[in-house]
Each structure stands twice: as C-alpha cells, then as structure tokens.
Write a protein that binds this ligand. Structure first.
Ligand code: ZN
Length: 484
C-alpha cells in the first residue's frame, strides 16, 4: 500500500503526462457556440421582391436551441487515456455529437465518497488574429500553456484524469467510490451535459462530496496565502422585455409608434437600476481576514468599503460588489425587419445574476416594478440556472484545506468561503445531495490574472496542472482511500 508521499511523488513524475494530456485536449476544438435560447428562425415579416433573409449560420432544432460543442472527440480521448491504465470510462450522448464521460474507481459498495467534476466544452474564439499564439495549438511559452480552454477548464480535466490514473496505478484500496464526470455543454448552461446526466443518470454523479471549478485562485498578502473555497453560486436568468409599438411605412414615421423609440426609456431604467444590497453571504464575515478592514460590513456601508478597496484591490472590490447584489444588464436587442418599415416590436434581452436567496418570482417582480407605467411592455423571466449553495460548515472544508496544504507543502494556508458569481455545473449535483465546492487550487506563485478565461490569449501556468493533480490525489487520500 503506497503512502501519500509516494502517491504525490508519482504525480510529480507524471507531470509531463498531465501537461501533454492538456495540450491534446486544447487541440480538440470542442467549441460551444452558445446559441441556445435564440429566437426561432425565420423572423416574422416577409422579405421584399428580390430580397431574402440571410440564412442562419446554424440550424435550430424545435426547442430553438442548437446542437453545438462537438465534445465527442475530447470524451473519446479521455476514455482511451483511462483505458490504457485499465479504467473503464462510459460515454453518454445527450445528442449525436454531444458527449460526456464518467468513470468510477469502485470501493466498498453503497458508499460513494467523492466526485471530481469538470466540463469539456469551451467558448468560441471570436478573432484568432488577436491571439499571440494559436488558440487551438496548445503551445507552451514561458511556463504557460496557451489555448482556448487551457484554464477553463481542460487543465482540470487533465488533472482529474491523471489523479484517477495515479490512484489506479498505485493500486490503492478505496473505502467508497471515487467518481469522475467530465461533461458537455457547461458554457451554454449544461442542459446537454451535467443537467442531462443529473436528470437521466443521477447515480453516476451521486457522492457525498463533489469538487468542481469556481474557486482556487491564490490571494497573497505579504507572507499570508489565502484561498477562497466557493461554496455556492449565483443564479442565472434571462429577462426578455417585449416592447410593442405600431408599424407604418417609414416615409411617414409620425403615423407609427416606433418600438425602437419606446425602447429608449426601458433601456434608461435598466441602466440606472439600483438593486437591493445584501451582505448575507458568509464570505462577508471574512472581510477583515481578507482586507484588514475592521468595519463590520452591512448593506449600508458595503459600497463605501468597495470604493475604498478599488484603487488597491480592484479585482476583490469588483467581486464583493457582484456578491452583494443581483445584476441586471441588457445584453441583446432586436427590432425591426426592414429598413423602410418602422419597427413594430423590439425585444431587449437582459442577463440577470441573482443572489442565492432570490427566486425567479422575485426577479420578475423587480423588473416589472422597474418598468411600471410603461405601455406596451411585457416582462418574461426565464431561469436558466437556479442559484445554489452548499454550507461552509461541512467536513469537506477540512478535507479540502488539508489536501491543499499537502499539495503545496505549506501548513499556514488560510481559507475563506466564496461565492461563484458566474454559472458552474455544481448547481446540478447539489440537488442530488452532494456537498459541492468550486475549488481547484492554482500554484501559490501562479498569476491567475493571466488566465484569461473566455478572453484572448487564454492560458494556464503549467505548474498549476501539477498542483491541482496533487490536490486531487491528496483529497482522495483524505476522503476515500482506505489507509489500512
Ligand atoms: Zn468553466
């Protein structure tokens, strides 16, 4: 039976293998174009003589969503990698080219302990010419691996795969199951990935604990090293504001009620919306630990604190702002069908990120109140992902903290609860009973501001791939390996 020290040595010796696996994954363009929820094609109205509406770039299915992502080749790569070490991975198809892969190192029956989660799709590259390196090349320069998905989140996909392989190679005995789930479609909300798996094959995901993306960027303050463990995440909703006017020939516009002009006041109100401020999340109780600011944060003073922090701690200040309120932002606008007709209708689509206690009804009521008194305006709220949270008061905090200390070789690391302000797949496994944290620790020396997830020149420092693999092996040691 290998000791933890021996296991971590095996991880270090396999470091290059993990890097090469990440490179191979980055070279597979599993791009999720995220066109779900677009309005149905074709638009209403008829093209004039000799004109035609341009064909959409992609075909819509009946639900108005598009099968994108093409995760299958990446899932097959992971399956083959696992198979080379005698681990059987099962590929599940939510659609023909949408694939997720799960694997299970079995321990004592009926005792699923730990699920390692990740997603294999990536966001598109908008303009490759702005990148300094090929976005699908997986090139390494100055210790950073470049490419779309390198940080979000194919490095973790590789680290999780390598962690399972190392434990298998070492022949460890397990007290319960160690599960791996690498799924499709996170970048479009997960309906074809973890959402679909949780609905149809929940038994593949159920475990006492789960770890996923979200937290793990080191914060340094002198000699202090602080990691946030993200215990929950905001919800995501789409608010569609339908504005109805009256069309007319554009040559006599005064006879119309232009929906585009009606949109002006709607947009002004959205832009100046003042959301309710809340410091209820447990992360605000560690504000002093994070910033040295001794004022107790309240809904009344938090904006002052944020303002005070902004010049020196811009990222943290912006994060605290996002964690203390719902955001509402207009992100798409569509109106009119023809340049010589005044627009009859206008659709403004807003992105909303809600706090863990805010429901869909709350969001609907807030936006209705905001637009009160405007004629021809209808608000439609669609929840794409509910907010969710696991408690920080869980055994998993201790395991994650211990595993991180072991992985980086320091026993003075501090941990604070965090809230993921974007969406992750964790919200699909929390309802299954898993305590799920967003936590994959980067190396303490890593400059995570260079990661550029969803941005040009996305990259990942190579040594963090090893750090995350060490952490996962140590976490398995803490939770699921039978030391006897
Ligand atoms: Zn991600």
């Amino acid at each position: 039976m290998a000791s933890l020290e021996e296991l971590l040595k095996m991880v270090d010796e396999a470091q290059q293998e993990g890097v090469e696996l990440t490179q191979a994954l980055v070279r597979i363009p599993s791009v999720n174009t995220g066109r779900n929820n677009e309005p149905p094609w074709p638009p209403s109205g008829k093209p004039g003589p000799g004109e035609s509406f341009a064909e959409p770039e992609v075909a819509y299915d009946k639900s108005g969503s598009v099968p994108t992502g093409d995760e299958l080749p990446a899932a097959e790569l992971i399956r083959d990698k696992l198979a080379a070490d005698g681990i059987e991975g099962a590929i599940y198809h939510s659609q023909e080219n949408r694939a997720s892969i799960v694997a299970n190192l079995r321990g004592q029956p009926g005792n699923a302990r730990l699920l390692m989660m990740s997603h294999i799709d990536v966001v598109p590259v908008e303009d490759a010419s702005q990148w300094t390196h090929d976005p699908f090349g997986g090139e390494i320069h100055d210790g950073r691996l470049y490419g779309r998905g390198s940080s979000d989140m194919k490095s973790t996909v590789a680290a999780e795969t390598m962690a399972m392989i190392i434990l298998k190679r070492a022949g460890v005995k397990l007290k319960g199951d160690l599960k791996l789930a690498i799924c499709a479609d996170e970048e479009s909300g997960g309906a074809y990935g973890f959402g679909w798996m949780a609905q149809h094959f929940p038994e593949t995901l159920e475990a006492e604990f789960a770890v996923n993306e979200g937290g793990g960027a080191p914060m340094k303050d002198g000699d202090r090293l602080i990691y946030p463990i993200n215990t929950g995440e905001k919800g995501r909703l789409e608010v569609r504001i339908h504005i109805t006017g009256r069309g007319f020939h554009a040559s006599q516009p005064w006879r119309a009620d232009n929906a585009i002009y009606k949109a002006e006041e709607v947009i002004r109100r959205i832009r100046t919306y003042q959301p309710e401020v809340s410091v209820d999340h447990e992360l605000f109780s560690s504000l002093e630990q994070l910033t040295g600011i001794t004022d107790k944060p309240t809904a009344l003073n938090i904006d002052e604190i944020i303002e005070q922090l902004t010049p020196t701690h811009e990222n943290l200040a912006s994060y605290l702002k996002a964690c203390s309120r719902m955001t509402l932002v207009a992100s798409m606008i569509q109106a009119g069908v023809k340049s010589n007709s005044v627009a009859e209708t206008c659709l403004i689509t807003c992105d909303v990120r809600s706090l863990p206690h805010q429901t869909t009804d709350y969001v609907q009521a807030e936006v209705e109140k905001l637009l009160e008194g405007l004629a021809g305006v209808r608000v439609e709220t669609i929840e794409t992902s509910p907010p969710s949270a696991s408690t920080f008061d869980s055994e998993l905090v201790d395991h994650v903290a211990k595993a991180t200390s072991l992985a980086i070789g320091r026993d003075d690391v501090e941990f604070v609860p965090g809230l993921t302000v974007g969406f992750t797949d964790s919200s699909f496994v929390r309802p299954l009973g898993n305590v799920a944290y967003g936590f994959m620790p980067s190396h303490p020396d890593s400059d995570t501001s260079k990661n550029g997830a969803h941005n040009i020149n996305e990259s990942m420092d190579v040594q963090s791939i090893n750090t995350i693999t060490r952490y996962l092996v140590a976490l398995a040691w803490e939770t699921v390996v039978d030391h006897g």
